[in-house]
Design a protein around this ligand. Structure first.
Ligand SMILES: N[C@@H](CCC(=O)N[C@@H](CS)C(=O)NCC(=O)O)C(=O)O
Length: 205
C-alpha cells in the first residue's frame, strides 16, 4: 500500500500526486494540517526529522524528499523506464534537473510562501531574483530543446521536479511573461496523459 502524507496546496506534494497519477498507481492520502504546523509535530518528525512535506510510504519503506520519491517511483513502478531511462547519460541529464527542481526553483516556492501564506521571515526580493535567474536558464534550455528540460524526445522526472513551482510562480509575484519557452513547456506538461490539476495549475480547457 502506497501512502502520501499530503497537503493540497503544496507544489512538492503535487509532484508526487501527479507522477502517481501518470503511472496509474493507487494511493492513500493522509492530509497534513500545514497551517497548524502538523509537519512539526513529534508524530510527523518521527517520519521525517526535517519536518517537511511530503512523506511517502510504500509498505515498510518511508521516504522523504520529493525528488528521491520520484526516483523511487520511476525505478520501482515504471518498467518501461520512460521517465528515468536506465542509461548513464540520460540519468545524469535528468539528475541535473531533479536537483534544480529541489534547489533553485524552490526560490519561487519561498516567494509564494511570503505572498500567499503570510510567511514573514523570508527575503522576498532575494527569492524573486533567484527565481528569475533559474527561469532565464530554463527558458534558454527549452528554446534549445524545443520540448523538455532533460531529454529532447520525452518528458522525464526532471520536468516533473521543476514543473509545479514554475507554473505557480505568479502566486509568488513572479511574472513569467518574459519566458515564452517556459510558458509553452507548462502547457506541454498540462497535456501529458495522466495530468491532474492542483489549485493554481488548472487543466487546459
Ligand atoms: N527538500 C524537500 C523540500 C520540500 C518542502 O519545501 N516542503 C515544504 C512544503 S511544499 C515544507 O514542508 N515546508 C516546511 C518547512 O520547511 O518548514 C523536498 O523536496 O521534498
Amino acid at each position: 500500500m502506497i501512502t502520501l502524507h499530503d497537503f493540497d496546496l503544496s507544489g512538492s506534494c503535487y509532484k508526487i500526486r501527479l507522477f502517481l497519477n501518470i503511472l496509474g498507481l493507487k494511493f492513500e492520502r493522509v492530509p497534513v494540517d500545514f497551517g497548524n504546523r502538523e509537519h512539526k509535530s513529534a508524530k510527523y518528525l518521527a517520519l521525517n526529522p526535517f519536518g517537511e512535506l511530503p512523506v511517502f510510504q510504500d509498505g515498510d519503506l518511508v521516504l522523504r524528499d520529493t525528488q528521491a520519491i520520484l526516483v523511487y517511483l520511476a525505478t520501482r513502478y515504471d518498467p518501461s523506464r520512460q521517465w528515468y531511462p536506465d542509461d548513464p547519460v540520460s540519468m545524469g541529464r535528468i539528475q541535473q534537473w531533479l536537483s534544480t527542481g529541489g534547489g533553485e526553483v524552490m526560490n519561487a516556492s519561498g516567494a509564494r510562501l511570503v505572498k500567499c501564506f503570510g510567511v514573514t521571515t523570508l527575503d522576498l526580493d532575494k527569492l524573486q531574483a533567484g527565481a528569475h535567474r533559474v527561469f532565464r536558464i530554463m527558458d534558454d534550455r527549452l528554446a534549445a530543446t524545443g520540448s523538455y528540460l532533460a531529454l529532447e524526445d520525452r518528458a522525464t522526472l526532471g520536468d516533473i521536479a521543476c514543473f509545479p513551482y514554475t507554473a505557480l510562480a505568479g502566486e509568488g509575484g513572479i511574472d513569467l511573461a518574459a519566458y515564452p519557452h517556459i510558458l509553452a513547456w507548462i502547457d506541454r506538461l498540462r497535456r501529458l496523459p495522466g495530468f491532474i490539476p492542483m489549485p493554481g495549475i488548472p487543466a487546459l480547457p
